[in-house]
Design a protein around this ligand. Sequence first.
Ligand code: PLP
Length: 401
Amino acid sequence: MKNMVLSERVGKIKPSATMAITAKAKALKAEGIDIIGFGAGEPDFDTPDFVKEAAIDALRAGKTKYTPGAGIPELRDALCESFRQDEGLDYKRGETIISSGGKHALYNIFQAILSDGDEVIIPIPYWVSFPDQVLLAGGIPVFLNTREEQGFSFSVEDLEKLITPKTRAVVINSPSNPSGAALGEDLLRDILKLAVERDIYVIWDEIYKKIYYGQGKLRSLPALYPEGRDNVLVCGGLSKAYSMTGWRIGWTLGHSKVISAMSMIQGQSTSNPTSFAQYGALAALRKGTEHIGPWLTAFRERRDILLEGFTKIEGASCAKPEGAFYVFPNISCWFGKQWDKGVIKDSYDAAAYLLEHAKVAVVPGEPFGSPENIRLSYALSTDDARKGMNRIIEASEALRP
Ligand SMILES: *Cc1c(COP(=O)(O)O)cnc(C)c1O
């Protein structure tokens, strides 16, 4: 072929930065280099046994064929039941769809609601896939600055200023990847009220809802203001709370009109999520998240090790995460400093320095929209968290002005 043309669409996007760093750290590890990986975007725990058993039973029972495109009815009903019990919200089966992971659910949402040139407001820092998925749907990401010193929060006025006649949606991911920040209930309620007033969607990514270290439990957005529930597209899944990243099960709850459109898109692209994975998911949703208590205890301990570690680095700061399993420290104090191989100019250089010099893998903040930060996942053993943090402190001290 002479002129191998690719679409304009694909020219607008970039590979997932988090997947790239994880691959690089894995390659170095495979060479026998002792790398401590703070890159992972998945829990280090195993999928609970009862979930595995349910999927194995499904395989043995021959549940290996196509299922309805939007997921098996039992799973959609179990999702409704879990929202009824946890949130007091009454969703019907036709207001749910099961997709191949939360990422796929979000992809279908953007495809279903955006036309060319439509705008989607995304607070900074953001999960790397949000802007690229918006671009793939012909939309335009519009970024909302937040206040790092206030735990990456913002005011509803900040949001309102960005709304134009082209705005279709705002994306809220709380607790957040990469910052771990959980937005307050009052702000969330105000965001939804504003969305109702201005007739825009709130895409509510609650994939980390159960991974929360604060008092009480986190509520789903529509439960905070039920009058606004038709404006909300709730996106969730099992990857994080059940450590089921490889299973590829996620979902959306929302108005049946959007769900039907997503269903059509899914029907013409991937069809149903994997049959036996859905049966594993069914067991997971029916049993709930009792397994998560010890995970949270371990995560909290590691989070505190990292938070304390960054207080020992002069000039660095680190907002305290309330949920998820990431810290997102500001390391701009390293910019302009030197090591053997050059000057650290940005978060990419900082990550490269830590990988080469300290043998610690972290993700640069730039692709999350925060060029002064790095992301560290604490989904690794507590010993490694401690060891890795010490390496980072030493690396910081080794930098020359
Ligand atoms: C992990 C993650 C998801 C979904 O992941 P899946 O494995 O596709 O279910 C969605 N949003 C954020 C912010 C995430 O970190």
